[in-house]
Every structure is written in structure tokens, then in C-alpha cells.
Design a protein around this ligand. Structure first.
Ligand code: RIB
Ligand code: CA
Length: 313
């Protein structure tokens, strides 16, 4: 089977970094056409730089990295240095990138690629706020029917919020963008906190990364050593939740995940619940289903896949 052509839209972020590494380690399943950076965990100047740092860590400096939007569609940017550190990639000491940033704007790259590739053959993988994807859809509505699938990390239902009591960070930062994406009609698969909070880097799992003994394995272990503080303090969890790598793992081994095809709406009006993903998990409305919302993960299988693939870099 030919590898899936994808664009990763991302705000690295340690977990974004692991998602990108997993994609770059899996060329038989994933043809990474490009990476578009967006402001989110840290400002755009850092997310685009971090994306290039990660590509060079993977030994793939030929990967094309584009800068997208530096702020949400109509709100002030909210960042998450309290989780990811000042650089967004705190933990390991990694060299500044030497590979170039592409001149083209990330949104132009998304539109151009979807129009150039055969219809229904490109998957978009947003790992941060949905600003770039939404602006591409607003500027070029024709691309919506050309998208094979949007597989995104964001939202929450049973797990409720991680940045407010009601909202998950990626959706909260740009709720208007999220509404554009969830209303666009393309097939959407959602990796919410309900799943990613079950993908925890326990000490044994982090030792497996470190014991790879490679620059990638050690760097990932050091990233999660840093990244886990927030969730351990807040939730008392057993380790860092690997949110974004769930997206990449789904592309490689979809059977690791189970969920429901349901209606998901985005709260954009109420300040109290702004950015909430109102998921009709129990089918109590007649609102049309617009997303496959994942609810469970085979965590052991996920970490076996991830560790095996990271060993290849
Ligand atoms: O809420 C978790 C999400 O927000 C992840 O994508 C993490 O990288 C941050 O962007
Ligand atoms: Ca992210």
C-alpha cells in the first residue's frame, strides 16, 4: 500500500516533537509533504524553529517546514510556557537549526498542495490551534472536498478541559478556527484528551526511550522528563500524556484506537465554556455526525509502536 500523503500543522511542543519524529520514522506508511508551524504552545518564531530542530534531530533536514499564522483568527494568542517551558522544547539541549525555513506561507502551501495533489489523497494532521487550517478553508473553500481526512489532536468530553475547566488548549486558543474546521464537511478524526490522557509515559516507558541509547531516544526521554511535571502536579498522573503522537500512531495503526462517529460542536460564544468541544457521545441530539471522536487507546500497543519506530532514527 502506498504511504499516506500528509501535512502536519504543529506548535512544537515536546509532544508535537514526538509526533513528528514518529512520522519521519515511518516512510512506508507516511509521506510527509511538509510541516506548517502555527503559534500555540509558544509563539510562531519558536514553533517554526522547533519544527526544524526536530527534523534535524531525526536526520531529515530535507523536510520542508513553513511558517503559518502567528495569532488566532480574532483573539489574542494564549501560550503554554507553563507546560512546555520558555523554548517550547525544554528538556534536552538541542542545536539551533541550520536547515532553511521555506519562504512560502504555510497557509499558501496547504492550499497549493491540496489543489495540486489528486482529490482525496492528502490528509491534514493538525497538532495545535486550528488557525492555519481554518484560514486555508476560508481563503479556498474548494479545498474542503479535496481533503482525504483531517486527523487532529484537540478537544475533550469525559476528560473536560486542561486550560480551562471546560476547554482543551488547542481548541481554546482559537475556537473560531476550530468551528470553521468542524463545520467544513471533510472527514474528521479527533484525538481528544479522553484518549491522550491514557497514553502516559510511565517511568518504564521513558526508560525504554532512554535505553535506545540514540540521540533521538535520549532526547525524547529528556523531553518527557520535563513535560510530565505539569500533568503529574495537576492530575497526579503516572507520566506525561503523549497527546500529539496519537495522531501519527492512528495513521500507522488505526486499530490502536476506538471511538464513535458523532456530532461535535465548538463553543465560541460563552466566555465560561469558550472552546469546549460539545461532543454528542450519547446521541441525545439530532445534530448530524461530523467527526469520529476517539474514546480509548491500546496504550501498550501504542508505546510498543512508538519505541520500535523511534529506534529506527
Ligand atoms: O492540550 C494538548 C495540546 O495542546 C497538545 O497538542 C499540546 O502540544 C498543546 O498544543
Ligand atoms: Ca501541539
Amino acid at each position: 500500500m502506498a504511504p499516506r500523503k500528509i501535512i502536519i500543522d504543529t506548535d512544537p511542543g515536546q509532544d508535537d516533537a514526538v509526533a513528528i519524529l514518529l512520522a519521519l520514522a515511518s516512510p512506508d506508511e507516511i509521506d510527509l509533504l511538509g510541516i506548517t508551524a502555527v503559534a500555540g504552545n509558544v509563539p510562531l518564531a519558536l514553533t517554526e524553529k522547533n519544527a526544524r530542530i526536530v527534523c534535524e534531530l531525526a536526520g531529515k533536514p530535507e523536510t520542508r517546514v513553513f511558517a503559518g499564522h502567528d495569532a488566532p483568527i480574532m483573539r489574542k494568542l494564549v501560550t503554554a510556557e507553563h507546560v512546555h517551558g520558555k523554548t517550547g522544547l525544554d528538556g534536552p539541549t538541542l542545536p539551533a537549526p541550520t536547515m532553511p525555513l521555506q519562504d512560502q506561507h504555510g497557509v499558501d502551501f496547504i492550499i497549493e498542495t491540496l489543489r495540486a495533489e489528486p482529490k482525496g489523497t492528502v490528509t491534514l494532521c493538525p497538532l495545535g490551534p486550528l488557525t492555519n487550517i481554518a484560514v486555508a478553508l476560508q481563503r479556498a473553500p474548494d479545498i474542503a472536498e479535496r481533503i482525504e481526512e483531517i486527523v487532529l489532536m484537540g478537544g475533550a468530553y469525559f476528560e473536560v478541559g486542561n486550560i480551562t475547566p471546560a476547554a482543551e488548549f488547542n481548541i481554546y486558543v482559537d475556537p473560531e478556527a476550530a468551528k470553521v474546521v468542524f463545520d467544513c464537511g471533510a472527514p474528521i478524526t479527533v484525538m481528544p484528551l479522553d484518549v491522550t490522557h491514557k497514553a502516559l509515559v510511565t517511568p518504564a516507558r521513558n526508560d525504554a526511550f532512554r535505553n535506545l541509547g540514540t540521540p533521538v531516544g535520549v532526547a525524547v526521554a529528556e523531553m518527557t522528563d520535563f513535560f510530565e511535571r505539569f500533568d503529574k502536579e495537576k492530575y497526579g498522573s503516572a507520566g506525561a500524556p503523549l497527546h500529539d503522537p496519537c495522531v501519527t500512531a492512528y495513521l500507522i495503526q488505526p486499530g490502536l484506537f476506538t471511538g464513535r462517529h458523532i456530532n461535535v460542536e465548538i463553543e465560541t460564544q460563552s466566555e465560561l465554556t469558550l472552546g469546549m468541544t460539545v461532543a454528542d457521545w450519547w446521541g441525545v441530539t439530532d445534530r448530524p455526525a461530523n467527526a469520529t471522536f476517539m474514546g480509548d487507546i491500546d496504550a501498550e500497543g501504542f508505546f510498543t509502536l512508538l519505541t520500535d519506530r523511534l529506534a529506527r532514527l
